[in-house]
Design a protein around this ligand. Structure first.
Ligand code: PEP
Ligand code: MG
Length: 579
């Protein structure tokens, strides 16, 4: 039995069978055939090509029905690459002219294509697609199974070095019951999506891929960050019973809390406990857990399609799916926050770079009005049918904010000219997730309807700690007084201007921080996953606002994050649900 510790990022306990997702390609040594085998080898390659193309189309069909037509189109695109004549001809030529085996012809041709793609700014981002295609072809040619997470037969616990957004988007959430990764950080996209799907997950589990070969039994405790490989019988029984108890207590807590208001003992009402969603499909679950609305709709998933920018109608239909379920409850739609860890496949002539300090998010949108404007138009249009607010991410200061508002005004003028319906009074707010925005919050509040503090980014930019990097995960401290001072500046500016201020980063969902955030004066908490909602509500209902304020004042004065954490732990231990 081997016990491993990592960062818990999505609550719950699962006991299952491990499935190792190998990140390295299958190794193909140089091998040659004699001339009389050339025809056979070409035929073998042709058969496998067809099998893979069919597999990709089948997978795309399932995804289109169960997940999203946009994600499905990625795999149709992959099939299209395999049908490309020049790729096939190059592989056939390697067999005919150099007497390579089919496997070696695939590996060497793909290596050459990868080299060409990596030197080209526009094609670089398709290198992972080539890797994926190569793995699929070689799997079929060599019979080496075990890496395909898109078409699983059994329930598994996925173990990986790290997971790309593409892999996460394609995994079958009915079959993947737990996730353990070595390289991802606590607010990486992998962690966010695992928690959105409610899959117990632990990240930053050192060397786990070396300890697992696939098929052994494994326990993932996404509440405490433990991973146990090949547990003994006694451990299995203990965790099964904990898992059952956890589920029972979650159910009864939900029943107890669902219809109660989220207010402190001395009567201050937290105006709303809302939820974060990544896809409109998650709306119903959020409401089931008692969310009063959606505090952050991350619209990025819609942009997965590389070849086409989503049209106004495509945006609008996705938004309407959420709005129809919400039945008048509020929803905050955030405009595209792409780049850095969320670098999706875009049309090849766009210049997104994988850097947290680069052309991401609002900066990217302002430079690409052909992407930005259709989305703004669809959000405005959706506002005519529901309680919709619009939110811009990554605002760095007043001038950038005004530039975004100007684009919004342009879109409204276009809609006026076209006689289209929209909500002219839509509330427009911004995420405060850069230190510069927090420090200029006074000026920003003047022309803004609400603030939503994005602590995932605010912490990373304040402390210079990459949020997706496990090697510095220990330095990622939400309770750092510098971060808390920026939150306080933001809340104070909002109070002065009389606007709403909420928080939608992962910090909002951690019970440890609930009394502090109440004491700092936040008006709303937007939580993910929605399962955390009853517990957070219970904490709010068990504390006094006056005491939470005193706590906040003391924590703000702490010398550093260790002392701040001690103060929070003391309070946490006295809370009803701190176990
Ligand atoms: C944040 O930065 O806190 C946030 C909510 O946005 P994202 O995690 O999507 O960057
Ligand atoms: Mg952010």
């Amino acid at each position: 039995m081997n016990i491993q510790h990592g960062k818990p990022v999505s609550e719950g306990i699962v006991i299952g069978k491990s499935f190792l997702l190998e990140s390295e390609s299958i190794r193909i040594p140089a091998k040659y055939i004699t001339e009389n085998h050339i025809d056979n080898e070409i035929q073998k390659l042709k058969t496998v090509m067809k099998e893979v193309v069919d597999e990709l189309h089948r997978f795309a069909d399932t995804l289109a029905k169960t997940t999203s037509p946009k994600i499905a189109e990625i795999f149709v695109g992959h099939a299209g690459m395999l049908e490309d004549d020049s790729l096939r001809e190059e592989m056939h030529a390697a067999i005919k002219e150099k007497c390579f085996t089919a496997e070696f012809a695939v590996a060497s041709t793909m290596r050459r294509w990868r080299e060409t793609f990596s030197k080209n700014d526009f094609l670089q981002k398709h290198v992972p697609d080539l890797d994926d295609l190569e793995r699929r072809l070689l799997r079929h040619l060599t019979g080496h199974e075990g890496e395909d997470i898109s078409n699983l037969q059994d329930e598994i616990v996925l173990v990986a070095h790290s997971l790309s957004p593409m892999q996460i988007a394609s995994l079958d959430s009915d079959k993947v019951k737990g996730i353990v990764s070595e390289g991802d950080g606590p607010t990486s996209h992998a962690a966010i999506i695992a928690s959105a799907f409610g899959i117990p997950a632990v990240v930053g589990a050192e060397n786990i891929t070396r300890r697992v070969s696939g098929g052994e039994s494994i326990i993932v405790d996404g509440t405490n960050g433990h991973v146990i490989v090949e547990p003994d019988r006694e451990t299995c029984l203990r965790y099964s019973s904990r898992s059952r108890k956890l589920q029972e207590s979650e159910r009864s807590l939900l029943e107890e809390m669902r219809d109660l208001p989220s207010k402190t003992q001395d009567g201050r009402r937290i105006f709303s406990l809302v939820a974060n969603i990544e896809s409109p499909k998650a709306t119903a679950k959020a409401l089931d857990y008692g969310a009063e609305g959606i505090g952050l709709y991350r619209t990025e998933l819609l942009f997965l399609d590389s070849e086409r920018i989503p049209s106004v109608d495509e945006h609008f239909h996705a938004y309407m799916e959420a709005i129809n379920k919400l039945d008048g409850r509020p929803i905050v739609m955030r405009t595209l926050d792409i780049g850095a860890d969320k670098l999706w496949k875009l049309k090849p002539d766009l210049e997104a770079r994988e850097s947290f300090l680069g052309l991401r998010s609002l900066r990217y949108c302002l430079k690409n009005p052909d992407i930005f404007k259709p989305q703004l138009r669809a959000i405005l249009k959706a506002g005519a049918y529901g309680n919709v607010s619009l939110m811009f991410p990554m605002v760095s200061g007043v001038e950038e904010w005004e530039e975004a508002l100007k684009v919004l005004d342009d879109v409204k003028s276009d809609m006026d000219a076209a006689g289209e319906d929209y909500d002219p009074d839509m509330r427009v707010g911004m995420m405060i997730e850069l230190p510069s925005a927090a420090m200029c919050a006074d000026a920003l509040a003047e022309r803004c309807d609400f603030f939503s503090i994005g602590t995932n980014d605010l912490i990373q930019y304040t402390l210079a700690v990459d949020r997706a990097e496990k090697d510095v995960a220990g330095l990622y401290r939400p309770e750092h007084p510098a971060v808390l001072k920026l939150i306080k500046l933001t809340v104070d500016a909002a109070r002065k201007a009389g606007i709403h201020v909420g928080i939608c980063g992962a910090m909002a969902s951690s019970p440890l921080f609930t009394p502090l955030l109440i004491g700092l004066g936040l008006d709303s908490l937007s939580l993910a996953p929605p399962q955390s909602l009853p517990r957070i509500k219970k904490i709010i209902r068990s504390i006094k606002f006056s005491e939470a304020r005193q706590l906040a004042a003391r924590v703000l004065e702490a010398r550093g994050p260790d002392r701040a954490r001690e103060l929070l732990m003391e309070v946490n231990e006295s809370l009803p649900d701190s176990s």
